[in-house]
Design a protein around this ligand. Sequence first.
Ligand code: SF4
Ligand code: SF4
Length: 400
Amino acid sequence: MKIAPPQLTVQPPTATRPLVEEFKEGLDAPICLTWELTYACNLSCVHCLSSSGRRDPRELSTEECFAVVDELQRLKVFYVNIGGGEPMLRSDFFPIVEYAIDHQVGVKFSTNGTFIDADAARRLAGMDYLDIQLSIDGADASVNDLVRGDGSFAAARRAMDHLADAEFGPFKISLVVTRHNVEQLDEFKALADSYGAQLRVTRLRPSGRGADTWHELHPTQAQQRDLYHWLLGRDDVLTGDSFFHLSALGDPLPGLNLCGAGRVVCLIDPVGDVYACPFVIHDEFLAGNVRDPGGFTGVWRASDLFSSLREPDNPGACASCGSYDACQGGCMASKFFVGLELTDPDPECVHGHAEPLLAAIGAGTSSGAHELPVPSADHSRPGVPVPSPVTLKPTRRHTR
Ligand code: SF4
Ligand code: SF4
């Protein structure tokens, strides 16, 4: 049996307290825990949120990874999202996954698919409580490879074919929505359907190498509206917490409609550092390390950072916005890495309220007037060219 982690959907308020209010105060254990096993990656995607490429010599050992799993089991964490880098590059990838599954911690792992050959697919298909998410960023090689590198679309398709041949079951196909692939959503859906797979659509954040390419790649306002209407009512497409800022356009979208950073969401990075979410790898959002005396549990339950993130929200500049209940002021990570204050509107505010602020700080201009936060670590491989999306030919409709 494969795990099917539930889509995080916050139900409308009932007679009792709304669930979302409980989430805001934090839970005893995260319900959406991402664990990046390595910074090593064979690709150099332009928007990589963790600037991955080279392994970090301080990465957790196999025994330390087992100890993390033991803690997650004690915390009754239902499943963990394993990623990287490319997690299958770790020589102990299978032992770690098998150890987690044997200890009642289900695994969903994200991969570029390069290392899923016929043998690996059969091995993965034989495991219970395992889900796989294959990442592509175009519905064809011409769009995908400009973001993820030459040959990466073919590699992902080979992996999908191997999983289908091995009768793995309904894996996930995951994409980050960009200005260049947003008009391929129907094609992505058809591709997923052709494999009996489920589509997962996520938001581009200006994190990691994404900070360098966000202004070029993030959807335009017109594309955001198209995306909103495409997502409305599509309960079979997963989105996590990606698009709650779009709910300011009207009816709420399915998915988690709040920033869960440090409340229900967190990241363990390859060296054991615990951040408030996978998109904020920066010292300001570093809560501790699993090697600390209290372990992951101590960080999750008692760190000053997570305690402060569980305080009531300060709506700041969004306080007078009629859409605040739906949008909640948007994504903390997106604001932070473009140089906005956390009390400012989301940089992709659908009412355009962030645009004067972005213009004032010179965000996205060659003058670079404003000094932007720099991620804690950059593991990009020196000398390995990152694909250049600025060379992407505008064959599709680009509107602002
Ligand atoms: S900072 Fe953004 S990406 Fe991170 S949990 Fe909050 S909304 Fe999600
Ligand atoms: S002003 Fe703030 S709350 Fe209103 S839509 Fe924009 S980001 Fe959301």
